[in-house]
Design a protein around this ligand. Structure first.
Ligand code: FES
Length: 167
């Protein structure tokens, strides 16, 4: 098994990783990078440290910079530790036109953190992101695998309470 700085997928996960890599022709293993980065983020603490990205580069037999380029491009990858609930608020034009700025400001004030930061209790991270393809339901945010749409301060209050109960 390949390991970088003590970072290594479990044997079961490695079998999944290898199966994904095998879907692509010889020399094109880089095409497996997105699903493997998702697995890495899931398995190694919810974010991608440099060591984790280097491990993915080893597995795919590519340069670390090729992994950094992808991980820094897509906002679904976190490059520093995040809270249990990452509030990914869309900030692109259509959401901005109907008040996404106000939504971010409301969250920042309520949680007493800035965009990109995590609450001291490790519960919430605010992260502004680009269009999530739900422009017709703006303003909106993604939390985990769920979309929350037509956001208002009242709706945010309810959601934050629910997230705290969930955790
Ligand atoms: S602009 Fe916000 S979901 Fe598309």
């Amino acid at each position: 098994m390949t390991a970088t700085n003590n970072i290594a997928f479990s044997p079961e996960r490695m079998a999944e990783v290898q199966a994904i890599i095998k879907r692509y022709p010889e020399g094109r293993q880089k095409s497996a990078i997105l699903p493997i980065l998702h697995m890495a983020q899931h398995d190694f603490g919810g974010w991608l440290s440099q060591d984790v990205m280097d491990h993915v580069a080893d597995l795919l037999d590519i340069k670390p910079i090729e992994v950094y380029e992808v991980a820094t491009f897509y906002t679904m990858f976190h490059l520093r530790p995040v809270g249990k609930k990452v509030l990914e608020v869309c900030r692109t034009g259509p959401c901005m036109l109907v008040g996404s700025d106000n939504i971010v400001q409301y969250l920042e004030k309520k949680l007493e953190i800035k965009d990109g930061d995590t609450t001291p209790d490790g519960m919430f991270t605010i992260k502004t992101v680009e269009c999530l393809g739900a422009c017709g339901y703006a303003p909106m945010m993604q939390v985990g695998e769920k979309y929350h749409e037509f956001l208002t301060p009242e709706k945010l209050d309810r959601l934050l309470d629910e997230f705290r109960k969930d955790a």
